[in-house]
Design a protein around this ligand. Structure first.
Ligand SMILES: [Zn+2]
Length: 62
């Protein structure tokens, strides 16, 4: 059994809504999570891959 508190309002977690206390808090957390996913730009984009990792672009390897 996991005892804990709701991460949203710090009330005691309720069975069926864990780790939250109510569906309301669960929905709030889900909303934050979804927004957070869209609010972080450039984390998994191609722009973060170094261009000089490509051996074809390095003349000294030939
Ligand atoms: Zn709560």
């Amino acid at each position: 059994m996991i005892k804990g508190t709701c991460p949203i309002c710090k009330k005691k977690s309720q069975q069926g809504y864990r780790p939250f206390c109510t569906k309301r808090c669960s929905d709030i957390d889900m909303g934050r999570w979804l927004k957070g996913g869209y609010a972080i730009p450039g984390v998994d984009g191609e722009a973060s891959i170094p261009a000089n990792d490509n051996p074809d672009s390095d003349p000294e390897l030939r």
